[in-house]
Write a protein that binds this ligand. Structure first.
Ligand code: SF4
Length: 490
């Protein structure tokens, strides 16, 4: 199908607040949240004071910049594309790990200013698209909308339709104005849903290939572990859409099925992909630790009718890694951890920590949805008692600080977002960074060893905490963590 034949007009995806009742503000125990969710009474609450928030535009911007060869155009003021600097570093490292030539992300901003906000930014966008096509000759150009382009009402879809015949690249508009949703992952829906428009109808089915959605935070060593496990089952992995050639995006529907390493990202895409191309999907938890990796493999096995093979694989992997997990458990038993990422990743890592004998006292998740939260949470409640604090908050540093101070954990299992906050309060970090290997059976052992290493010498966090003055009054730490969270009167 040629680019011109594609229907580039796309409806805007629903926000996660309206589609899934996703919440971004709550503090309760694991049991309390699961109980309320089961009873249908877990409602979004307001945060009367909010310190920070991430923006849903960031997801399509950063992710589409990592499709090999794609040029991303931020139709926005320059500041909205600031994350491309960080993604440039992540992208270069990710390419090297995958044996791809080192290359910067290719991005252009239309740099909307006061004049454009008054007279419209259509002309700037046209110029940017033609410039991107001429300068890079890319296979695809993603066009990311922003608050400014949304407010002034630039008709990006019709600009794209009128320009498509003049450029060689497939133009992919993505409607993701930051103000539309307080839930960052709505941006994932906008991104993957827009890619559906450039996937070709399958000419054949590759029965031995599983399409795997690869989130930004899953680095190459983790992909290699999944490839190893699928290889044992006689399957090949096709990664989609990051760090892959655009022709692999085009032929994505030729797969036997689709699964994800983080269903926070792909939840909406799976349903649309199945509807459009008849590709079956499974949406298990992130395969971290033995129990959740078993869960992930069993769902893949059921979808593809290879349950027996999967059971044999699980048995042999357990026999191989259990002694190593037991050895790590003997060193880590009784430690207390704070885990902080998006909820899917937090709960999956919590599952591994439980296997390592570590008690999770707080799990922070940036958002909660029953769709990709409840079954994992109930599993953990049954294994850990459900009395841990589950904190749902989107980049609320003051609440993290409160919880670090209240619980005084032995470590943070976290990444770039919470790491600095933990260190400033003297909490050592067992980091899960873009290069960390923690997925699957070998990942469980590797990350267990990383924790042992992180706890061996904690002087860095101790010294840092002695020299840092926190910006909070002592009275804040005497309040409840959820002081500013509540239902508004209507
Ligand atoms: S919230 Fe709006 S203005 Fe802020 S970065 Fe996101 S798109 Fe840009």
């Amino acid at each position: 199908m040629s680019n011109e034949q594609r229907n580039v007009a796309r409806t805007t995806v629903p926000t996660r607040e309206s589609r899934l009742n996703t919440i971004t503000a709550y503090v309760g125990s694991g049991n309390e949240i699961a109980g309320k969710a089961r009873g249908g009474c877990l409602l979004q609450q307001d945060r009367r004071f909010s310190q920070a928030a991430a923006c849903a535009e960031m997801m399509p911007l950063c992710n589409s910049a990592l499709i090999d060869g794609n040029v991303v155009i931020a139709h926005s003021p320059a500041g909205c594309s600031g994350m491309l600097i960080l993604i440039g570093m992540v992208g270069r490292a990710g390419r090297l790990m995958r044996g791809l030539p080192e290359k910067n992300v290719q991005g252009i901003s239309t740099n909307l200013d006061e004049r454009d906000v008054v007279y419209g930014g259509a002309e700037e966008l046209e110029k940017a698209i033609l410039e991107a096509d001429a300068r890079y000759s890319p296979p695809a150009i993603t066009i990311i909308t922003s608050c400014a382009s949304g407010i002034i009402g630039d008709d990006v879809d019709s600009i794209v339709r009128s320009l498509q015949p003049r450029v060689k690249a497939a133009l992919i508009p993505i409607q993701c104005e930051g103000f539309r949703s307080g839930v960052v992952s709505t941006g994932y829906d906008a991104f993957l849903s827009a890619l559906l428009g450039v996937i070709d109808p399958p000419k054949r089915k590759r029965k031995d290939t599983l399409l795997l959605i690869n989130p930004l935070s899953i680095s190459r060593p983790n992909e290699v572990e999944i490839e190893r496990l699928l290889g044992e089952l006689g399957l090949k992995a096709q990664w989609f859409p990051l760090f892959t050639d655009f022709k692999n995006v085009r032929n994505a529907a030729e797969t036997a099925g689709v699964a994800s390493l983080c269903s926070l990202m792909s939840n909406y895409f799976f349903k649309q992909f199945q509807e459009k191309f008849g590709v079956p999907y499974v949406d298990p938890p992130m395969p971290v630790g033995l129990e959740f990796t078993d869960w992930w493999l069993r769902q893949v096995g059921k979808m593809l009718g290879i349950e027996e093979k999967v059971e044999k694989l699980i048995e042999s992997e357990h026999a191989r890694v259990r002694p190593q997990i037991e050895e790590l458990r003997s060193q880590l038993q009784g430690k207390r951890a704070y885990v902080g990422f998006n909820l899917e990743k937090s709960l999956s890592l919590q599952s591994l920590l439980t296997e390592l004998g570590i008690e999770t006292v707080v799990s922070t998740g940036f958002e909660y949805s029953d769709d990709y939260g409840l079954d994992r949470l109930e599993n953990l409640n049954s294994r850990c008692g459900g009395n841990f604090t589950l904190h749902i908050g989107n980049f609320q540093h003051f609440e993290w600080a409160h919880l670090f101070n209240r619980e005084k954990p032995d470590m943070l299992v976290g990444g770039l977002e919470l790491g600095g906050a933990a260190l400033r309060q003297g909490v050592p970090v067992a980091p899960v960074l873009p290069g960390t290997f923690y997925i699957g059976y070998d990942g469980a052992v590797n990350y267990g060893r990383e924790i042992v290493k992180a706890l061996r010498n904690t002087s860095y966090s101790r010294n840092l905490a002695q020299r840092v003055k926190l910006p909070y009054r002592a009275s804040w730490f005497r309040q409840k963590t959820h002081k500013y969270i509540g239902r508004s009167e209507s």
